[in-house]
Design a protein around this ligand. Sequence first.
Ligand code: ZN
Length: 411
Amino acid sequence: MESVESKSESGGSGSGTVLVAVIIPSGVGVAVESRVSSPSPLSKSDVLSIFLYPQHKLHSIRENPPVLAAWCNYNIEGMGLIHHLKSKVKNQKLKSIVQLGRNYLSSKTEKFVLQCYICGVENGEPQAYIINRHWDILHVPKCGSNGDCQCSRLKINLHTRKLKFGVHCIGSGASFALENLRFSFEGVDEIRDDTGEFNIENLSKGGDLTLDEVHTILLHAVFDAALLDSHCGGPFWVSSIPTIGVGGIVSQPPCDFVSAYKCFHSTYETLHESHIFLIYRRDLEGTDYGGIIVKNLIPAEVTRFVGYPVAELAGDYVLHMMVLVDVGCVKQLGSIFDPIADAYEFSDAGMFCKDLSQLKFCIVDKSKLDENGHGVQSEDIRDSEYIFVGLPNLNFLNSLILDEKSINFER
Ligand SMILES: [Zn+2]
């Protein structure tokens, strides 16, 4: 009897993401996010490494003929696979490249999950494959346990498949991306629970889109997933390979969370009436501090979802999205936070915000937290923390200054 309890485990260094691939007559398009921000890390050093080293998940494997590859789940072997393919890919057909990837992953004996799309255009035909690598514990006969046993043998499950024309999503945000893609694509749902694939195949709508149209649609889908799945986040990358024309890979510049939000803002205006953005120092992320601060500033009865970091701002501040119960709660918060009347006093806010009239602030007094038994002893927290709040409107978004390193990293 084989256990399946550990299929989603990925070693804590790269779980969660969203990948979307579209294969239609005009070409192949791939979108991924790079999760520059990430929630609930295990330790302070974890959050720093995640912030400083965003994950590069979409790669050009070969320029001519063009091949794209994108992976999700285990960071280290995801990059291992990319480097392996790049070194071997010369003069290989797409099908052989997929076999190379499969061989590479089957040679690894460690516990990790990896999923990968490999896409290209061959003889004018758009083609794409998925490689799924999962693992199970092989329990000895009569073990009867579901995990707390000594069984140590692993079974590596490797499946490769040619993708049909249609829309394909993997990663923890896959179902959210798929729901967004339903606006543009219709067909037959192919949900594969065992590998977490959320696909629309046999398209009855969307098959005639141009790749330019697909770029916008893909960006919206991965952005939407990042709003709904705390394991996804910007910057977002979109690349495609057209079937006609001079060929080659068409890559959009990376699109950060705030820019993507501005692009699609009109579609969220009503939906996000009960959303707010909190801004606080990065030191307060990555542990429970952020949660403690929210709890001490914002009454639990108005909080639907404490939220998670979505972007890095200049000056080591983090943009944090949270959801309140309704619009009335946003108004109620107006009485808790004060306008910034004197910009000089809040010189820190000027580091990440060009228009301080878009911000309100509140002070968390660490000494009072201690007295309340919250046990905040860390040196990372100042005696008085200024916490800023902004509403999800274009003026607020336009006022933000992003951290350059978090949006312009090299691929
Ligand atoms: Zn066992």
